[in-house]
Design a protein around this ligand. Structure first.
Ligand code: 4NP
Length: 163
């Protein structure tokens, strides 16, 4: 894959994927869509879980509280399941951690469209966005910080425009 993706037709499509689609990827979905709305950029961002447990549910209330405290609208999210039917439908699929990455490869996402979310984090740590589900509130704040640090680089990558 090139460093940037050039599109002449409809805008690029990005999927952000974690395990349950109630904690991490919904936060990334909201932050990326807020920045896209600000920039008026023609990019589609959806989020999914590799597991179907929470389909149709709103995001975890700790994710929602962390987002709303920073001024984001967390009310619209409903969880979706990433299946083989989605595997070729996105130009860029971002896995929140290495288990998600392995699952997405196994589902059939082309390797050249699959990246880890923290490949775009200027402070990438071990490359994983850690699952905050079983931990305390601080884990959710850490996840939001990783997402906010990575968001502009992700959007620059898919649009070819640096902001
Ligand atoms: P997420 O977090 O993958 O960031 O949405 C999780 C949500 C639910 C579960 C695990 C992780 N769960 O085991 O139900």
């Amino acid at each position: 894959m090139d460093d940037t993706m050039q599109h002449t037709g409809p805008g690029p499509r990005v999927a952000v994927v974690c395990l349950g689609n109630i904690c991490r990827s919904p936060m990334a979905d909201v932050v990326l869509n807020a920045r896209l709305a600000e920039a008026g950029a023609d990019v589609v961002v959806h989020s999914f879980g590799t597991a179907s447990w929470h389909v149709g549910k709103p995001m975890d209330e700790r994710s929602a509280a962390t987002l709303s405290a920073r001024g984001y609208d967390a009310t619209q999210h409903r969880a979706s399941h990433f299946t083989a039917a989605h595997a070729g439908a996105y130009d860029l699929v971002l896995a929140m951690d290495e288990a998600n990455h392995a699952d997405l490869l196994a589902i059939g996402v082309p390797a050249d469209r699959l990246r880890r979310f923290r490949d775009f984090d200027p402070e990438p740590g071990d490359g994983n966005v850690p699952d905050p589900y079983y931990g305390g509130e601080e884990g959710f704040h850490d996840v939001l910080a990783m997402i906010e640090r990575s968001a502009d680089a992700i959007l620059a990558h898919v649009t070819g425009v640096r902001r």
